[in-house]
Design a protein around this ligand. Structure first.
Ligand code: PXP
Length: 243
């Protein structure tokens, strides 16, 4: 079994293109749940380019599966997390000019501030996850500072083909095994789609996937429910190949 968390950010992207009320990311989250999503992910970016503060509040209250709040490791977001009590926060590096998240956290370089965030959220029983590149040293640092889980950045893998894809896949496999041996839960995400998810879901240590853009893109053609079901089928094909 592997859990699919559906990221509804880009439903909000379409809404924000007109600064109107539709499409509603909460309604999309509810549809994703009914199509088999195990959780809902939202990324409240500092520039509020898609998800807004009120979305976090409404989605948190409206869904029946866990909420994963992706956020930059900054005080403003920590306060919002404490107010909204998501099941989990996933810390991601954020740069204003980037189109999407470009890489994992520099866990070693930010050790003290990450520890401080963990201490602040601990009393509220919010799980603490770090988005990292598939690099063993970074993952060891994540374990050292007490992360519950890591989300391995599959962005590089998703952009590759041929030999480079195999190199990236191997890095993700090695990193997943390393993390699991250290006692971390292993999640993955970024750039995953029906055509490339199978090789990732076949990695036995991976428990959870965060997928957004390709689901919203496919929903234009087939509807969100069908897009989520197609993704689940592709994920399950990979799970069946686990050794
Ligand atoms: N995981 C993290 C940490 C992300 O920042 C994103 C993008 O918001 C995703 C997963 C989902 O990536 P995608 O939208 O490419 O499926």
């Amino acid at each position: 079994m592997i859990r699919l968390y559906v990221n509804v950010d880009h439903v909000a992207t379409i809404r924000e293109a007109r600064k109107t009320f539709e499409p509603d990311p909460l309604q999309a989250a509810l549809m994703a749940e009914s199509a088999g999503a195990h959780g809902i992910t939202v990324h409240l970016r500092e520039d509020r380019r898609h998800i807004q503060d009120h979305d976090v509040d409404r989605i948190r209250k409206g869904i029946s599966t866990p909420m994963n709040l992706e956020m930059a490791p900054v005080d403003e977001m920590v306060e919002i997390a404490i107010r909204n009590r998501p099941t989990q926060i996933s810390l991601v590096p954020e740069k204003r000019q980037e189109i999407t998240t470009e890489g994992g956290l520099d866990v070693g370089g930010m050790k003290n501030s990450l520890i401080a965030i963990k201490r602040k959220i601990e009393p509220f029983k919010i799980k603490f996850s770090l988005f990292v590149d598939p690099v063993e040293d970074i993952i060891t640092c994540a374990r050292d500072l007490g992360a519950d889980s890591i989300e391995i950045n599959t962005g590089r893998y998703s952009e590759s083909d041929g030999e480079e894809l195999q190199t990236q896949l191997l890095a993700i496999k090695t990193a997943s095994r390393h993390a699991s041996q250290l006692g971390l839960k292993v999640f993955a995400g970024h750039g995953l789609k029906v055509s490339n998810v199978e090789l990732i879901s076949a990695i036995p240590e991976i428990e959870e996937l965060n997928i957004g853009h390709s689901l919203v893109a496919n929903s234009v053609y087939v509807g969100l429910k069908q897009a989520v079901m197609d993704m689940r089928e592709a994920i399950d094909r990979g799970v069946q190949k686990r050794t």
